[in-house]
Write a protein that binds this ligand. Structure first.
Ligand SMILES: [Zn+2]
Length: 267
């Protein structure tokens, strides 16, 4: 059976030439490195609609881990919940510092809509129909709202310079239209605002040591495999300067966290 395959262009530089990385490409999926820049990506992703259900389940799981509270049972699950809660508090401390105590903050791929703590005002974009309904209700009660749709599309429906902060937490590795969503974020962000991004770290020691069993590989949901450099490069093309958040741990960290600020223009 012959099929004509059109490979996805590089998400960072839009070049069409890429080279397969065979070790990381279990059939039918093809992880490739760009021939023109240092991006690594899934070059034959399924359509967004096909991902919707899986995506919804994953977000539900993540949101549950982060939103659960009140357990006092000493068990692995309780420990996970405590760790999730600590992460939630630590993150929100940083969000308030960067975006302001009462900042308007957009969470792209917001799941249950619990990530942004009061008194910040939460806005969201969510692909799953069920989770969008939950998020929208929660966010409206706190002065914001949630749009239903794909991040790279829906972000253009907000007014320019609407937000003090935009959060892309475990989202950008799923997005086939990286440049489009970053440009949309640039437009939707106030001049003083910041964009927080957390993605798997393709350059991590773990990935280089354990190779194809690395936890960052998820087929086919992860469509971009960033290093700090490739993330900085794509952000720069969209008009941002990136500051690394997890400076000390990066080489051994399975994730990269950066804060983007709009690059100062000269006018
Ligand atoms: Zn490229």
């Amino acid at each position: 059976m012959n099929q004509t395959i059109t490979y996805r262009a590089c998400p960072a530089c839009e070049a069409t030439g890429s080279t397969l990385v065979p070790d990381y490409s279990p059939a039918p999926w093809e992880i490739a490195s760009c021939d023109s820049c240092d991006s690594v990506f899934l070059r034959n992703p399924p359509a967004t609609e096909a991902l919707e259900e899986e995506f919804a389940w994953e977000k539900t799981y993540t949101a549950k881990k982060e939103a659960s509270r009140g357990s006092t049972v000493f068990s692995p699950m309780a420990r996970k919940i405590r760790n999730g809660l600590k992460m939630y508090r630590d993150q929100n401390r940083l969000f308030r510092k960067w975006f302001g105590e009462t900042g308007k903050v957009l969470d792209i791929g917001c799941g249950w809509g619990q990530r942004i703590a009061p008194p910040m005002v939460p806005f969201g974009i969510e692909l799953s129909t069920a989770l969008h309904a939950i998020s929208d209700e929660t966010m409206r009660a706190r002065g914001g709202y949630c749009l239903h749709g794909a991040g790279a599309e829906a972000i253009w429906d907000f007014d320019p310079e609407s937000f003090d902060g935009i959060v892309m937490f475990s989202y950008l590795e799923h997005e086939t239209e990286v440049m489009k969503v970053l440009q949309g974020a640039h437009r939707a962000l106030k001049p003083s605002g910041g964009v927080f991004i957390r993605v798997p770290n393709y350059a991590s020691l773990n990935r280089r040591v354990i190779g194809k069993t690395w936890c960052g590989f998820r087929y086919p949901d992860h469509v971009n495999y960033f290093t700090l450099q490739s993330l900085k490069d794509v952000a720069a093309r969209a008009g941002f300067t990136a500051e690394l958040v997890n400076k000390i741990t990066l080489p051994v960290d399975d994730n990269i966290s950066v804060l983007l600020r709009k690059t100062q223009s000269h006018n």
